[in-house]
Write a protein of this length. Structure first.
Length: 141
């Protein structure tokens, strides 16, 4: 899938992903800064990934984990700092949630600071239902 948005291309073609760029951003993020490069690579390999590109340079990313029948988990969404404020994050979420692949599948995500963005795409806060189990190497002992 390729979608043109102004001078940007949104694509789910994994061969276009700039792994060093994605690893660099995730290393600076609050949610993935403890992941090893090997874990990041495995997560990309095992997921459906979307990139945003301007003249072949990756400026955005999102990863989707799914069974393609009952649920998807949207994660690792980022827009490079130099390209924010242009609606790229909104367009990326719209492309994913309105795709034939995911529009009729329950979506989940976690965020500390972007609730209003995701609420525009019919995600709702649900603090009473979901639980989290951290992997052994991230749990406080």
């Amino acid at each position: 899938m390729n979608f043109v948005y102004g001078e940007y291309l949104i694509s789910d073609h994994k061969e276009k992903i700039d792994l060093p760029a994605v690893k660099g951003f995730l290393a600076r993020s609050y949610w993935a800064n403890k992941r090893s490069e090997e874990i990041i690579e495995q997560s990309i390999h095992s997921s459906i990934c979307y990139g945003i590109y301007k003249a072949e340079i990756q400026v955005g990313f999102a990863r989707v984990v799914t069974d393609e029948a009952t649920m998807f988990w949207l994660c690792d969404v980022f827009i490079h700092e130099d390209h924010r404020g242009q609606g790229l994050g909104k367009k990326l979420i719209e492309v994913i949630t309105q795709s034939d692949r995911f529009k009729n599948v329950m979506g989940l995500l976690g965020t500390l600071d972007a609730h209003e963005l995701y609420e525009q795409y019919q995600f709702h806060r649900n603090q009473d239902r979901f639980m989290v189990r951290l992997p052994d190497d991230l749990r406080e002992r």
